[in-house]
Write a protein that binds this ligand. Structure first.
Ligand code: ADP
Ligand code: MG
Ligand code: MG
Length: 515
């Protein structure tokens, strides 16, 4: 973070050492008391200090809610249902996804394996026509050259394991608490009335999406008690984020049984009923005589190659995909979230061609609201646009405005700016087409302080807004049965860091102060 003094009278205010210490004291305890927490990184806690894995630590968080343009926040929120509809439609367009997969299949083994699983189930016939999407569309603020004011540009659209909904609502609650308890007491006080903090329902809304899918499943007449499976990584540092959703589902007038199942244990604890319906059965490890029918499988794992170390992991994914459980997501929905799909949506084939969005939205009008959020993204294939982009990518000057992305999720996979040409040169040119080249979005400068591992970092920050959305669709009738916006996430990183992943240790949780 580039450390500078905050200009006089600006927000957030400069803090005295005693004020900073007091805020940190409040935040440390509030965070643990309310589950704004993560498991500690193993590097920070020696095994002998925590032999039974009981310790938790505060999630990195900003001391103040970052200022965020109200028009941008409203813009992002107002298009979420349209984005849900768009990606639900893409997930149902096997021909479109097939063409994209064909282009990268030979150089991207992971995408190829996913596609194979889909083809196997297709051959046998899918038994479940309902799909659940818990999506998150991520944006940064863009200040164009004109006086038109700030707008949002989309960083990416997530269709699998869209995380931080549980911690995000708690971060909004933390900043609300500080706005009542601590900020008015500062030497340069900030009054509660001066802070416009939008409501954030991410935990309840994401849980409501899961509940809708569950309720729809049980109407079909299951043969056992039903449950939702959270498919997880093990170990998982970001477990409390997931627990907040689980508790929301359990602490309800009609509680839903939820079980956490590590991805590596799918084959040992589930089976498929030997019936035409192929129900997915979950055998409780603590009591093998108890069997549940799985109504919904919620993936918080399985989005990257690290969860598929061997053939049995792919067998496990196939077992889920061919079962009658409602998947969040299906293979096709996961593929709809590929960066390559985002690039194809953003790159017109020819200036005269009608927008490809029309193919999915069933209309040719009113698509500008979505298109206005696109920034320039180029293929690196041998199309005319791709050949042009290749020139930019290997040019030591022009590459500085770009980020290179592979078809991966979860943070830490991108190549930035001057690192792009040497990276590409280290690859065979035949592999370049599995990457996309995207213009770097540079939001206007914002200042804040981040509390990370007990230490306050101060300086310029970059904010990324995520809007959650939930939807359920029927692939047979093509009907969207449920379509809702589902709260927001604000993640903030030091302006010297390219990546912003909270779990990866670069970013921090934040909330919006609308300005
Ligand atoms: P992932 O699926 O791994 O999260 P992203 O596309 O979100 O991949 O990229 C990871 C991070 O890189 C983002 O959170 C953001 O901080 C940064 N980033 C990605 N694309 C851009 C962009 N076009 N402009 C600025 N920063 C970007
Ligand atoms: Mg992603
Ligand atoms: Mg991302």
């Amino acid at each position: 973070m580039a450390s500078q003094r905050t200009p006089e009278g600006s927000y957030p205010p400069d803090l005295t050492a005693a004020e900073s210490e007091n805020l940190v004291f409040t935040i440390k305890d509030w965070s643990i008391a309310h589950g704004l927490a993560v498991r500690p990184p193993p590097a920070l806690v020696a095994a002998e200090a925590d032999p039974h894995g009981v310790l938790a630590t505060t999630a990195p968080v900003t001391l103040f809610p970052s200022p965020f343009p109200r028009v941008c926040f409203e813009q992002a929120r107002s298009i979420q249902k349209a984005y849900n509809q768009l990606y639900a439609a893409i997930a149902q367009d096997e021909e479109f996804l097939g063409e994209i997969v064909q282009e990268i299949l030979e150089v991207d083994e992971f995408i190829a394996e996913l596609w194979q699983v889909h083809l196997k189930v297709k051959e046998e016939g899918y038994v479940q026509n309902l799909s659940l999407g818990l999506f998150r569309s991520d944006y940064m603020v863009h200040q164009g050259d004109t006086d038109a004011g700030p707008t949002i540009k989309q960083v990416e659209f997530n269709t699998i394991a869209s995380s931080f909904g549980g911690l995000s609502a708690q971060t909004s609650n933390l900043h609300k608490h500080l706005s009542i308890s601590d900020y008015p007491l500062l030497e340069k006080p900030i009054l509660t009335s001066a802070l416009d903090l939008p409501e954030n329902t991410s935990t309840q809304s994401l849980a409501a999406g899961l509940r809708f899918a569950f309720d729809t499943y049980i109407k079909s007449g299951p043969s056992h008690d039903c449950c939702i499976i959270f498919l997880v990584q093990d170990p998982e540092r970001n477990i409390f984020d997931q627990r907040h959703l689980e508790y929301e589902l359990k602490q309800h007038t009609s509680p839903i049984p939820v079980f956490r199942l590590p991805f590596a244990q799918i084959l040992s604890h589930t089976s498929i009923a030997d019936t035409p319906k192929r129900q997915l059965l979950y055998h409780l490890p603590s009591n093998p005589s108890k069997t549940y029918e799985v109504a919904v499988v919620y993936f918080r794992a399985g989005y990257g190659p690290q969860d598929y170390p061997d053939a049995s992991a792919w067998k496990a994914r196939l077992q889920i995909e061919r079962s009658n459980a409602i998947k969040c997501p299906t293979i096709l929905t996961q593929l709809a979230g590929a960066k390559k799909v985002q690039q194809v949506l953003a790159t017109p084939k020819a200036p005269s061609e009608p927008s490809i969005l029309g193919r999915f939205m069933g209309t040719t009008s009113g698509l500008e609201d979505l298109e206005n959020t696109f920034t320039n993204i180029f293929p690196l294939d041998d199309s005319p646009a791709g050949l042009e982009a290749r020139k930019i990518a290997v040019d030591p000057e022009r590459c500085k405005g770009y980020v290179l992305k592979p078809q991966r999720e979860g943070g830490g996979n991108n190549i930035y700016r001057s690192a792009i040409p040497p990276f590409l040169k280290s690859l065979p040119e035949t592999h370049w087409k599995s990457y996309i080249l995207m213009e770097i979005i540079t939001p206007p400068p914002v200042h804040n302080m981040i509390l990370r591992n007990g230490v306050v970092e101060k300086g310029g920050v970059i904010c990324e807004l995520g809007i959650y959305g939930t939807c359920v669709w029927d692939g047979t009738t093509k009907q969207l049965l449920h379509n809702e916006g589902a709260g927001y996430l604000l993640r903030t990183k030091g302006d010297q860091s390219e990546e912003g992943g909270v779990a990866a240790g670069f970013g921090s949780m934040d909330s919006c102060r609308l300005v």
